[in-house]
Design a protein around this ligand. Structure first.
Ligand code: SAH
Ligand code: SF4
Length: 356
């Protein structure tokens, strides 16, 4: 019988679990406090839980943390963590300090099946979905690496994979992160980025999670978006923006639109003006990401002047537009640069792809 990974459970599910073992429900909250609050994963060390309960739990459960295989520090103080999962799959998380913030970028899938033309992760194809425990496990592992006094202030779902294509695990991990008896993050400090899966956005709208939503837009016409992002053939700009307009936003919250700037492809003044028109009347802000290069890519980053000119047009029209100079570019940890070797289980030929 395989053991239940406690990281897959909500605090309320831990309450039901201990109840089924004959203990009062509050013991489940204590268990959650040890794991998510204190980061203790050894059942034997949970000193205020009765011994027989710990014993009963140990027979059925474990805390499966991803193993840290490599930590690559960048010149800009960000760190890329290469993590190895129980089945040998690898994934990456990135820790990014910035003034008084410390953001962790987490992955939701091994690889990604959406094949956006500018994204290195997309060249891997989809390995598999991560479980909720494998998603929140990234936060636990990263937290252990921090110097005393530091804590993760923000979590962004912008690593490998498409969060809404692994919908159930993504939503459960968000609930564990925001549960007061779980990690206790404010939903305002969590952002989920999607390639634009309209059905997923509409479902998310009904979850009342109140986390921030980021949309990978990247083009202002269906013609260009079709070329850059195959998903546009299933959900075109009109459908995507309609879903965004309907998305329930808490007060003072806005949808972020990510826009990777690709030289000569989507970075002209007419693109900027179309972008203004598309987002008119929406509570939106734009995050411009100058393209991060990777070997074998056919795209280039526009010249600085062009990037600033694009931003200036948005600002002139009263749109908040920030420029995101990605962290960790020198170590292949920047947006769209994440790729890891995929090992295939049960002795089948391994598709070894090289890490950047
Ligand atoms: N799959 C989700 C989550 C990944 S987020 C999504 O696509 O939204 C990573 C962000 O970086 C996305 O906005 C993605 O489009 C962008 N990105 C991908 N490759 C990039 C590259 N080479 N340079 C800059 N940004 C890139
Ligand atoms: Fe997947 Fe997002 Fe990369 Fe597109 S940009 S291939 S959806 S990870």
């Amino acid at each position: 019988m395989s053991l239940v990974n406690l990281l897959d459970l909500l605090p309320s599910e831990m309450e039901s679990l201990v109840e089924s073992l004959g203990a009062p429900r509050y013991r489940g909250r204590q268990l959650a406090g040890w794991i998510f609050g204190k980061g203790v994963t050894d059942l034997g060390a949970m000193s205020d839980l009765p011994k027989d309960l710990r014993q009963a739990l140990a027979e059925r459960c474990a805390v499966d943390l991803p193993e840290v295989e490599r930590i690559t520090p960048s010149q800009d103080a960000s760190r890329k963590l290469v993590l190895r999962l129980a089945d040998g799959s690898r994934l990456q998380s990135v820790l990014m300090p910035d003034d008084d913030r410390l953001t962790l970028c987490v992955s939701t899938q091994v690889g990604c099946g959406f094949g956006c033309a500018f994204c290195l992760t997309g060249t891997m194809g989809l390995g598999r979905n991560l479980s909720p425990g494998e998603i929140v496990g990234q936060v636990l592992v990263a937290r252990r690496l921090l110097e005393p006094g530091l804590r993760i202030t923000h979590v962004v779902y912008m690593g490998m994979g498409e969060p809404l294509a692994n919908y159930a695990a993504t939503v459960k991990s968000l609930r564990i992160l925001t549960d007061p008896h779980g990690f206790g993050f404010s939903p305002r400090r969590i952002t989920v980025s999607t390639v634009g899966l309209v059905a997923g956005i509409e479902k998310l709208a009904r979850e009342n999670l109140r986390v921030n939503l980021a949309i990978s837009l990247h083009a202002t016409t269906d013609e260009i978006r079709d070329q850059l992002m195959p998903v546009n053939k299933a959900f075109d700009l009109e459908a995507l923006l309609a879903a965004c307009r309907r998305f329930p936003l808490p007060v003072r919250q806005r949808i972020t639109f990510e826009y990777v700037l690709l030289d000569g492809v989507n970075d002209g003044p007419e693109d900027a003006r179309r972008l203004v028109r598309l987002l008119r009347g929406m509570r939106a802000k734009i995050n411009l990401i100058p393209f991060n290069d990777w070997e074998g890519s056919s795209f280039r980053r526009p010249a600085l002047q062009k990037i600033l000119a694009f931003q200036a047009i948005l600002l002139e029209h009263g749109i908040t537009a920030t420029l995101r100079w990605s962290k960790g570019e020198d170590i292949g940890a920047a947006c769209g640069q994440l790729k890891e070797s995929v090992s295939v289980r049960r002795g089948r030929a391994a598709a070894e792809l090289t890490a950047p």
